[in-house]
Write a protein that binds this ligand. Structure first.
Ligand SMILES: [Zn+2]
Length: 98
């Protein structure tokens, strides 16, 4: 397993691990192949699709656990950015408009 370091802000919360948590995202085909290694004995490591988040980002991450990590992290960071900017409108992109 990886140490508990937030995937979004890089916060290391080893000292207070209960503050955050591990989120399992939707697996890509590559992730599924990778995780098959865990079914074999003697293989240890961090499973694909599982990521740590600090308490600030854990809830947000949970909301997007139906997405792959790549999709979810984009959304989590997008929200964070918008919040920080505050007065500026969100950055618009030409793709994926709902
Ligand atoms: Zn964080």
């Amino acid at each position: 397993m990886k140490p508990p370091i937030c995937e979004i802000c890089g916060r290391d919360f080893r000292a207070s691990i209960s503050e955050g948590g591990l989120v399992h995202f939707k697996l890509t085909e590559a992730n599924i192949q990778y995780n098959k290694c865990f079914e074999q004995s003697g293989f240890s490591g961090h499973p694909a699709g599982a990521y740590w988040f600090c308490k600030k980002h854990y809830k947000k991450a949970k909301n997007y656990q139906g997405l792959t990590f790549a999709e979810a992290s984009e959304k989590i960071q997008e929200k964070q950015k918008n919040k920080k900017i505050g007065t500026k409108p969100p950055i618009r992109t030409n793709f994926h408009r709902n």
